[in-house]
Design a binder for this molecule. Structure first.
Ligand code: NAD
Ligand code: UDP
Length: 313
């Protein structure tokens, strides 16, 4: 029988790629989104598919449907957007998790939580392994996101132990690609948009902080493999590309690939900005047989092409 999947945050950057992948695999898909950072154009090409349904709904309120699998992605991911209404951000992670876990409990659906490398905070362990508990400021400007996601993980594992809900938790490291919003605010889209417009690239701090960037198609492959993984493997599991780059290196690559004449301009480093980040992906390799396949230059070229095609406003 055709499986029914619910994707919360389905009109967002990652959610729209996931909806598309699930439809291609023969699923019936409900895309639930409140369109805070999601865009209709991300899913416009799916609207003609009779097995695709869009529901405007906020996950902080209960939602009822009969589904086999739930992918809980609803939550703004860019610091600019999650700091815009921090109380709503925490509610989205915490109330959203409670509502979706309740739905999974009732329908006996398997449920995956889109967690984040931010649960490791500004890490002292490098690269980050799943067993590391993290170093997170509970009262800073990033806390609504970091602590909200940490609490969501707690809820997932308590529903797993207490109610035997079939959970999967993925810790996503910085992911980029087509369908990021041009004004999303994250570093890859900022730099590409600035380079294409011939504006200065905004480096926060001295640009020596590092991140590891995963191309979206690789990440979605990891999601699908995790959802299909053996019973009794709840995770958490890191999914990310272990290539590690400073923000200066990223800026230089983007200037080179776009052929832009943009220069760099330095802004103050935001509070609690993690200094380094790189996933240890041994668990994803051994449990899911997963490895990233698209390197940074290739992924950036595809993303630049996307922004060239859609325009920058
Ligand atoms: P995004 O902002 O493009 O997508 C988030 C989606 O959730 C948007 O469509 C938004 O409208 C929707 N949303 C927000 N609040 C909602 C609410 N209360 N009810 C219903 N819908 C709501 O971001 P993304 O990069 O696609 O991130 C998707 C998920 O993956 C998020 O949970 C994010 O925390 C997680 N994640 C992403 C990354 C990354 O690098 N892209 C890294 C770590 C974790
Ligand atoms: N950053 C930057 N310029 C920008 C946007 C971000 O130098 O225009 C830096 C930011 O300070 C951080 C890194 O890039 O060190 C990644 O930022 P992003 O918001 O993409 O993700 P996160 O900090 O959540 O990993």
């Amino acid at each position: 029988m055709q499986k029914k999947a619910l994707v919360t945050g389905g009109a967002g950057f990652l959610g729209s790629h996931l909806c598309e992948r699930l439809l291609n695999e023969g699923y019936e898909v409900i895309c639930l989104d409140n369109f805070f950072t999601g865009q209709k154009r991300n899913i416009a090409h799916l609207l003609g598919n009779p097995y695709f349904e869009v529901v405007r709904h906020d996950v902080t309120f209960p939602y009822y449907a009969e589904v086999d699998e739930i992918y809980n992605l609803a939550c703004p991911a860019s610091p600019v957007h999650y700091q815009f209404d921090p109380v709503q951000t925490t509610k989205t992670s915490v109330h959203g998790a409670i509502n979706m876990l309740g739905l999974a409990k009732r329908t006996k659906a398997r449920i995956m939580q889109a967690s984040t490398s931010e649960v490791y905070g500004d890490p002292e362990v490098h690269p980050q392994v799943e067993g590391y508990w993290g170093r997170v400021n509970p009262i800073g400007i990033r806390s609504c996101y970091d602590e909200g996601k940490r609490c969501a993980e707690t809820l997932f594992f308590d529903y797993y132990r207490q109610h035997h809900v079939d959970i999967k938790v993925v810790r996503i490291f910085n992911t980029y690609g087509p369908r990021m919003h041009p004004s999303d605010g994250r570093v890859v889209s900022n730099f590409i948009v600035q380079a294409l417009k011939g504006e200065n690239l905004t480096i926060f701090g001295e640009g020596q902080q590092t991140r590891s960037f995963c191309y979206v198609d690789d990440l979605i492959e990891g999601f699908v493999r995790l959802m299909k993984s053996r019973e009794g493997f709840p995770g958490p599991v890191n999914i990310g590309n272990p290539g590690e780059f400073t923000m200066l290196e990223l800026a230089e690559k983007i200037i080179k690939l776009t052929g832009s004449r943009s220069k760099l301009v330095f802004h103050p480093l935001p509070q609690d900005d993690p200094r380094q980040r790189k996933p240890d992906i041994s668990l994803a390799q051994s449990e899911l047989g997963w490895n990233p396949t698209i390197d940074l230059e290739e992924g950036l070229s595809r993303t630049i092409e996307y922004f060239r095609q859609v325009g920058l406003e």
